[in-house]
Design a protein around this ligand. Sequence first.
Ligand code: SF4
Ligand code: SF4
Length: 466
Amino acid sequence: MPHVSERPKPFLFPAFCKGCGRCITACQKHLISFGHEINQQTGLVPVDIDLDTCNACGLCIDACPEPYGLMPQPADATDFELEDPHRLFGPRVTDAPVPVDIPDEHVPVPACGPLVIKGNYAAALGALLAGCRHFFGYPITPSTEGAELMASLLPKLQGVFLQAVSEVATVSHMYGTGSAGLRSMTFTSSPGFSLMLEGLSYMIGAELPGVFINIMRGGPGLGNIAPEQADIKLACRGLGHGNTHAIVFAPSTPQEMLDMTMRAFELSFKYRNPVVILGDGYLGQMTGRVVLPRDLVKPGIPAWAVWGDRMHRRNLICSLFLNETDLEAHNRHLIDKYAHMQSEAMADLFQCDDADVVIVACNTPARMVKGAVQTLRSEGVRAGLFRPQTLWPFPIDALLPLLPRARHLVVVEASPGQLEDEVRLALSRADVHRPPAITSIQRYGGVLPQQDEIVGHVRAIAEVNA
Ligand code: SF4
Ligand code: SF4
């Protein structure tokens, strides 16, 4: 043990001092006082220290809760402006084990016949089978059945159902739960989803998983509770501030509501990124046949989780990068991750092989298009349905092979052109400069495109070209 006079005096690293004042109380010689200058890096006010009469007792160092707030001054420290404490003090000494992934387990689901359930219930069931035991939400029509089923089942499964005080609180709870490496989700509808976007940006920035099911309704504003698809722009191009993207699924049946929800949790953890499922109001309320999967998931713990034990103590989850070059590097990393997500694009093609008219539609309108294609085929019109199952990334690789034959693309949607914008952007980015003629059927306000309307539109095109 060195003599008191041999001990190093304290060294204050202003960028790591939060100005809590514990060191002020600890110093019996009253050499430390509250500061008056805001640190430009942190926005906090570090303390002032007068070391002239300091006896190096070290009480202030012991009192400081910050890992690099007050440290013993290194003998060879010459540059107090260093920004990285590792350079000055080296890595923090620890004998805690390095965290490793504890992988998921797959457990067989007891055999049972198909269920006949609403789309919202199917998605909730998919979440439970994917190992989700944390639900946060705020009831909002037409998504409420999802929250309702989770509220009734989660307590029986030792899970957590929390009716959050707001959508902002919902997404913040999901941020915290995702940080712990746990599966969490919410059901919401258009105005609620809008309110969650800031938090979604934080989750993407901090690379946190979580599944958002948005059962879209009529807008803008409060709009109504009838089905619409007018959040495509929001989900594909507007997930809060900054450089953000998330995989966006577009189910068309209750079965897909279950399957895509399970897949959403898988991808959310694979990429450490939120995943969005866009359904529409009809799909949430629609009853259909749903076959359960063979396996359910018993989640493990990812190595990066802030789990709270000794092994995970050093993990840090944050979306703050004060240094410009650090934030640029983080954005490059996110852009690389988005590029890898392109491989998750999915599409379902119906009667497209020889189609002169390729009709693009998703969610419930795709069901109307399927009926229209059957009617048109019976009349000898070669029409087909191209149904993007992911809207971001858009499955352009599945559409491109249809273009040499197709003379028309018809985009059918319950929005004023948001799906068409995605189609046009995907074509442009694929360097398709002379696409087939693009026309559209757009309804909104809760009115869906009808089968007769689609048949009439395509029939008129076919007659012009006959
Ligand atoms: S080392 Fe002791 S005397 Fe010096 S500032 Fe800290 S508490 Fe005060
Ligand atoms: S105890 Fe540490 S963090 Fe708190 S004011 Fe003192 S130096 Fe700053």
